[in-house]
Design a protein around this ligand. Structure first.
Ligand code: PMV
Length: 319
């Protein structure tokens, strides 16, 4: 029935982890082995709307295109929705638009599931608080727990078996001059998604033993660096954290290397720029692209050294 004219719309930002989430202690609920800390990307993210369908079946759109119901994207969206509408089976139209420059090669599952969760909360008038919404978004994609919030965000791993304490919180810390550069160096869909990558690493990499302790320590160091607006300490810790995560992947069997030759070339360019005295650091996720971490005072030097960065690839998370 359409008498209520039910409709909802929500936005959630994408986020970049400075201390990475890598490894699940429970795969069904996406409960992480370690806590993580990220920075949300302001206006870059996903906008999702839900309206009642008058066609008698669910419809899923991505970037204004109707998606086949059997497509992976559509089945993920609908099975997530089904966690919340079990007894209210009315069909819906769900539309997601990502404004993350596709050229940036950024995954949109974090912002996508967070925006979907916020829209679901509105559509069904659940009235849930942000931390509960974060815990629920986590079930769609772990990193989505952090995309419920703007700014610097910590996702606490939690201790409970039901996962309701495994949710994110916004940190009460701002850093006006903090900048992120989205450096796309290679294209092509990845062959191993983060879920499969984590599983392989946890099961087969001896190096993974060292990861939970390092991540816990890095998280505290990064928090301190943000408090002190210390880009050297933040950058160094975030870069080492990301490369240590990749080291655990490389030490898996079969080996898991998300880097392309272009990734390694870009890493050297970052290190060369740093050798010239520019405090610029890199982080990488489960893909070939780099994210640069620096401050506004060095933006000109970073742009000069990386002319491929467009205005859209430069993010000022605090406006
Ligand atoms: O939550 P997922 O499945 O998108 O996994 C995220 C994994 C990393 O991006 C590599 C790290 C992170 O914390 O975002």
């Amino acid at each position: 029935s359409t008498q209520l004219g039910t409709a909802a719309e929500a936005f959630a930002p994408s986020n970049i982890a400075l201390c990475k989430y890598w490894g699940k202690r429970e795969a069904e609920l996406n409960l992480p082995i370690n806590g993580s800390l990220s920075i949300s990307l302001g206006e870059l993210g996903s906008r999702t709307s839900i309206v009642e369908s008058d066609s008698g079946s669910d419809q899923v759109y991505l970037n204004d295109k109707l998606i086949e119901p059997t497509d992976r994207f559509a089945t993920k969206v609908i099975s997530f929705l089904n966690l919340f509408r079990r007894e209210l089976q009315q069909p819906v139209v769900i539309k997601t638009v990502n404004n993350i420059p596709t050229a940036a090669g950024l995954a949109s599952s974090a912002s996508g599931f967070a925006a979907l969760m916020l829209a679901i909360n509105d559509f069904y008038r659940f009235g849930l608080g942000n931390e509960v919404l974060s815990a629920f978004a986590r079930m769609g994609s772990g990193s989505a727990s952090r995309s419920v919030f703007q700014g610097f965000v910590e996702w606490q791993k939690g201790l409970r078996e039901d996962g309701m304490d495994s949710c994110a919180q916004r940190l009460d810390l701002e850093w006006q001059g903090f900048r992120i550069g989205l450096l796309k160096v290679a294209t092509g869909a990845k062959k191993v998604d983060s879920r499969a990558g984590m599983q392989r690493t946890v099961e087969s990499a001896p190096l993974y033993q060292a990861w939970p302790e390092q991540a816990a320590k890095d998280l505290q160091t990064i928090k301190r660096a943000i408090e002190d607006k210390d880009i050297e300490l933040l950058g160094q810790t975030a870069e080492q954290n990301a490369l240590s995560m990749h080291a655990t992947m490389i030490g898996s069997w079969p080996p898991l290397l998300y880097w392309q030759p272009e990734s390694v070339a870009a890493m050297h360019r970052v290190w060369e720029l740093r050798a010239l005295g520019v405090p610029v650091y890199l982080t990488m996720d489960a893909g070939p692209n780099l994210k640069l971490l620096f401050t506004a005072e060095y933006e000109a030097q970073v742009r000069d050294a990386f002319p491929e960065l467009t205005d859209l690839d430069l993010v000022a998370p605090f406006g």
